[in-house]
Design a protein around this ligand. Structure first.
Ligand code: 7TS
Length: 400
């Protein structure tokens, strides 16, 4: 499926055809997005929101056009609810600073899940330490599914925020976020969703989900690095304090008093990554043209095929067996350290990630120091899954 759009997939590594199965860490970029970046640099680059000149106008139109593409992609009500950030990590830190630091106080509680990436743990821990806030954690079962009854029990009058991942990067679990958001709202608790692993693979509708914040990264969805999105309901963004101070986020400055700009500009201090934002817009065009439903179906086919094949290998244990999963296959091979698995796979041209995947609490829950993780994108093929399985068999030959 449109494999020819991705020049990097033709690469040979260690004399073998590259099999790129590290898409959860970062996906590859199609020629259409690369071309858009080159066109911007060649014909449109200037600083935005400033000049009266032609090029500044071109750059501003393209940058604001990308914001509108993101709005449409998420079905947000208004484009001023879309803030460009460096990535998911910065988006979450923005909410921690802009909302958490302003509105949360000693004795308050924040609910996180045991599935979170460090990006949705550490900022809240920093806030907790600073303010004397308690963090409560939704536990999971042995399949890596969150326990909904335990979740409901965590709420009380002190609960001030639920920060939850849509899809687990380490296990692939897809959380029932719509129901969980509805529950939190019944308890008058706002919700931030970490969509880093969801936005590239599922259709996301923030109005349907009714989340108050939604964060994701461009580089996991065929876009450039250095760009990400914070969606926030206008009513929330408006009452938050700015994250950074500087140019573009102000209406007027004197040494006595500074008046902040309106949203979303209040949160975009300084010259933003203009090219990367435009590249993200092109990536959204590319994915939308294929169709998120088509992408999801293709990735499910790859995951089901890989799971069936790997399950047949008696020395492999799959970690993360939720009923609803995105295309992530985490596993360990009996008696072999995941790093050795990764190294042998690499010599076969197969790129996977090994380690704790920045989700150490997940590793602790399953009593493993690390896992090997293959993660698929729509441009992968069943033949590549076969190569993954053959490479795993080779690991067993070497170590078994
Ligand atoms: N949240 C989740 C669920 C993620 O998977 C990641 C990155 C992040 C947040 C942080 O995103 P960033 O773009 O700001 O870095 N996950 C991974 C991964 O699984 N392997 O490498 C990065």
């Amino acid at each position: 499926m449109r494999r020819e759009d991705f020049p990097i997939l033709d690469l040979m590594v260690h004399g073998k055809q590259l099999v790129y199965l590290d898409n959860a860490a970062s996906s590859q970029m199609p020629q259409q997005v690369i071309d858009r970046l080159v066109h911007y640099q060649n014909f449109e680059h200037a600083n935005i929101h400033r000049g009266v000149h032609y090029l500044s106008d071109m750059a501003t139109t393209a940058y604001e056009g990308a914001r509108e593409k993101v709005r449409k992609f998420l079905n947000a009500k208004e484009s001023r609810e879309i803030v460009f950030t460096k990535g998911t990590t910065e988006a979450i830190n923005l909410v921690m600073h802009g909302y958490g630091r302003k509105f949360l106080k000693e004795g308050d509680e924040i609910i996180l899940s045991g599935l979170e990436h460090h990006a949705n743990i550490v900022p809240w821990q920093m806030l907790a330490q600073e303010k004397g806030i308690r963090i409560r954690v939704i536990p999971m079962n042995d399949d890596g599914e969150l326990l909904q009854e335990e979740f409901a029990k965590l709420f009380n009058a002190n609960t001030k925020l639920l920060a939850l991942t849509h899809v687990s990067n380490a296990l692939g679990t897809v959380n029932p976020v719509k129901e969980m958001i509805a529950h939190a709202h019944r308890m008058n608790v706002p919700v931030l969703i970490d969509g880093a692993q969801a936005a590239p693979h599922h259709r996301v509708d923030v109005q349907d989900l009714d989340c108050d914040f939604y964060a994701f990264s461009g580089h996991k969805m065929c876009g450039p690095t250095g760009i990400g999105i914070l969606y926030g309901k206008a009513e929330f963004l408006e009452k938050m304090q700015p994250y950074q101070g500087g140019g573009d986020m102000i209406l007027s400055v004197s040494f006595e008093k500074t008046e902040y700009n309106v949203i979303p500009y209040k949160f975009e201090a300084g010259t933003p990554p203009i090219a990367a934002a435009i590249g993200l817009g092109a990536a959204i065009d590319y994915l939308s043209e294929i169709g998120l439903d088509v992408i999801e179906a293709k990735e499910k086919e790859l995951l089901d095929y890989a799971t069936e094949k790997v399950k047949k290998l008696p020395y492999v244990r799959i970690i993360g067996t939720a009923k609803k999963k995105a295309a992530v296959l985490s596993f360990e091979i009996e008696g072999v350290h995941p790093h050795d698995v990764g190294t042998i796979l690499d010599t076969e041209g197969v790129a996977i990630r090994t380690g704790h995947h920045c989700a150490q609490p997940v590793m602790q829950r399953f009593c493993v120091p690390a896992t090997a993780r293959a993660s698929f994108a729509f441009y992968n093929t069943l033949e590549e899954v076969d190569k993954l399985v053959a490479a795993i068999e080779k690991v067993q030959e070497v170590f078994g």
